[in-house]
Design a protein around this ligand. Sequence first.
Ligand SMILES: Cc1cc2nc3c(=O)[nH]c(=O)nc-3n(C[C@H](O)[C@H](O)[C@H](O)COP(=O)(O)O)c2cc1C
Length: 353
Amino acid sequence: MTRLFSPWHMRSVVAKNRIVVSPMCQYMAVDGVAGEWHHVHLGSRAVGGSGIVMAEASAVSPEGRISPGDLGLWNDRQADALRPIAAFVKSQGAIPGIQIAHAGRKASTAPPFHGGRFLESHEGGWSTLAPSAIPFGDYGIPEEMGEPHILGVKEAFSGAARRALSAGFELLELHLAHGYLLHSFLSPLSNRRTDRYGGTLENRMRFPLAVVEAVRGVWPESLPLWVRISAVDWVEGGWDLDSSVILARELGKRGVDVVDCSSGGIVPDAKIPLGPGYQTSFSATIRKESGLPTVAVGMITDPSQAEHILVTGQADGVALAREMLRDPYWPLHAASRFGETSSWPLPYGRARS
Ligand SMILES: Cc1cc2nc3c(=O)[nH]c(=O)nc-3n(C[C@H](O)[C@H](O)[C@H](O)COP(=O)(O)O)c2cc1C
């Protein structure tokens, strides 16, 4: 049996393989509420044979949305709309997961397919929050968060975690990556605070770790909690791999089960050397140095490449994003390539070669 198709035990949950549909914003929600698009999008990837299907970054509060079309989990109507989707994903033998997020100073933008630029309030945008009043590129200047904001966002994260549970998700991922709010507290490029939330690494980690603790407090012991990080900022003087290893150890102490290792996003002009598996070495280092299981993500497209990452101990799972948009049946194709006996959906059985 290949490592890719070996079961993955996390607390009480067992994923049937190590293939993760990476969270991907669809910008198709109305008032943060999922619709038919989300059902079909996530449902087809579950039918396609992935072990874990992670729903996109879902905002913990209205101002935490990247765009007006983001999914949300700040009210019960949003959880109600996600419930049948999580149930369908589960019915196909995949673990239904969801990422919760606050976009911070990168909020209030148009969806990428409508240009992705910052939206002013007269265009339907809103004022944004950040550790310091430093804008992302040419976006609006965010408001520096005071203690009440800090408390409020922490509560919003635990409220969203409770709703994710009530909607039937069995795996929760916290978004600490890509320049969004919690990452912007970690990075010295966006956090210039002089209080206990800024300055030293310990101080910059304080708020993200408080959110992790609050969420772990409401997310059941029996279910896995993942954290996605940007392992590096790709900018001199920014967040780096050594800091990520220290963060991962702290996450492990707080009951985080897996670190999902992405990178970048804190500034618009970082030079990122894109190429196959360009972030995998971060996963390998974090896994080795922190002892925590990891997921590798980023230009993983070929089944042999994915298998190689796992058998060489660089990660415990692989997440695929764009390749899953090109081919929702990637896991079924990979299984055929390796001669694995994956279970095809019964109605599709006659198409199996
Ligand atoms: C359409 C799209 C939407 C995305 N939305 C999210 C998201 O909601 N949360 C997140 O952490 N990453 C998001 N990403 C990043 C992907 O999860 C992934 O990390 C990145 O695309 C690299 O993987 P790939 O080379 O397999 O596409 C998104 C990527 C794409 C292409």
